[in-house]
Design a protein around this ligand. Structure first.
Ligand SMILES: *Cc1c(COP(=O)(O)O)cnc(C)c1O
Length: 411
């Protein structure tokens, strides 16, 4: 008899975006002529830039020849890409990462979800609240999150990021074995300063805590003094794994490519606490067993982002989204709404007026303005009373959505 992994049964049944789709469809059925604009789900809309397209075409042509054909590649990724990453994403900021510390993957979701395999199921962990759901759900699946009690997991330390603390995650009183941090943040669109990030690295060094740092949105940082990588902080190589993705940086949500950095100095303890083991060879071993690499075509596409043309074109696309964010911020603020984020990140975290709950405001906006947002409570208990809007739309849609929200709110 095959016995199931009963932890899967604990997962909350409904996936946030499926719930939203259901409500939007219900609206469309009763309002067939309505043209609904979605500023909800976090997918990009701009096409891949010319430098990437050129590199992909070239890679496809190579694959059509006997000499240029590529079968299985190195599990850790091709050296051409790992060297480009090390040079452009790290060395340019004074950070020394060795290519052997870089693991190319098919996007950051896989690795942020899988990385937990390296540590025992009975570690406890902390997340900022609200949070990207993958961190919590992937831990529920292996039993690490404990049981769901009143909307919270018993073995999870929630670190509220709210208006009251200006969305700065406070160091918890008790120690945690693992902490997930995501900056620039999804869903709040807020960032962390070097000073605040240093507190977390020092906490991790002192308490022997492992930090999983998700920097999927680092390309959106506009202010010079905001850290792009946790390795800008001294000591971080001993305590942190960093996740990056080309998805939001260069529109690779459909191409699939990202990478994870596991420094050589990073270790974790044996169960008796007597030995320390480096995680880099463990992750290498894991990848060699369960992952057969990212496609050659995707890796050549990613490499093209680091060429001078590629860099310029990626910057233009990011500017396009950040100009959307500016338009949205200005409109919503002028309507008297409290808006956070949208300055160093493509997300706006908007406080619902009059403290109405997230789902209610979601429905009001859908029925009143035919604009879809994401209810903040879907990202965790501290997300209640907020909605998330994304700046990833087409400019015209974005402007039209703002026009409709203005008309609706001024009624
Ligand atoms: C979009 C996103 C990712 C990237 O996912 P991919 O699998 O690389 O497409 C990672 N982390 C967060 C917080 C995200 O929002």
């Amino acid at each position: 008899m095959a016995l199931i992994n009963e932890h899967y049964l604990k997962l909350t049944k409904n996936y946030l975006f499926a719930d939203i789709a259901k409500k939007v469809n219900a609206f469309k059925v009763s309002h067939q002529k309505a043209n609904v604009i979605s500023l909800g789900i976090g997918d990009v809309t701009r096409p891949l830039c010319p430098a990437v397209i050129k590199a992909m075409h070239k890679a496809v042509d190579e694959m059509s020849t006997r000499e240029g054909f590529h079968g299985y590649g190195p599990e850790q990724g091709y050296m051409f890409l790992r060297e480009a990453i090390v040079k452009n994403d790290y060395l340019s900021r004074g950070i020394h990462i060795d290519p052997s510390e870089v693991f190319v993957n098919d996007g950051a979701k896989s690795d942020t979800g899988n990385i937990g395999e390296l540590v025992r199921w009975d570690n406890n962990f902390g997340v900022t609240d609200p949070v990207y759901p993958v961190y919590v759900d992937s831990n529920v699946m292996c039993g690490r999150a404990g049981a769901l009690v009143d909307g919270k997991w018993s073995n999870v330390t929630y670190i509220p990021c709210t208006e009251e603390n200006n969305f700065v995650p406070q160091i918890p009183d008790q120690r945690v074995d693992i902490i997930y941090l995501c900056y620039p943040n999804n869903p709040t669109g807020t960032v962390i300063t070097k000073e605040e990030l240093r507190k977390w690295v020092n906490y991790a060094l002192k308490n022997d805590t492992l930090i999983f740092y998700d920097a999927a949105y680092e390309a959106y940082i506009q202010d010079d003094d905001i850290p792009h990588s946790i390795y800008e902080i001294k000591g971080a190589r001993k305590v942190a794994i960093e996740f990056r993705s080309f998805s939001k940086t260069a529109g690779f949500t459909g191409v699939r490519c990202g990478y994870t950095v596991v420094p050589k100095e990073l270790t974790a303890a044996s169960i008796d606490g007597k030995e320390r083991y480096p995680l880099n060879p463990m992750w290498y071993r894991r990848q060699c067993t369960k992952f057969n690499g990212t496609s050659y075509i995707s890796q050549r596409a990613a490499e093209a982002i680091y060429t001078p043309e590629g860099k310029e074109q990626v910057r233009e696309t990011i500017k396009y989204y950040m100009d959307n964010a500016k338009i949205m911020r200005e409109t919503l603020t002028s309507l008297g709404l409290k808006v956070y984020g949208g300055v160093n990140a493509p997300y706006l975290w908007v406080k619902t007026p009059g403290n109405i709950d997230s789902w209610k405001f979601f429905e009001q906006m859908l029925y009143g303005a035919q604009v879809v947002c994401t209810p903040g409570v879907g990202f965790g208990p501290s997300g209640e009373g907020f909605v998330r809007l994304t700046a990833f739309g087409e400019r015209e849609d974005c402007k039209e959505a703002m026009r409709r929200i203005s008309l609706w709110m001024q009624k």
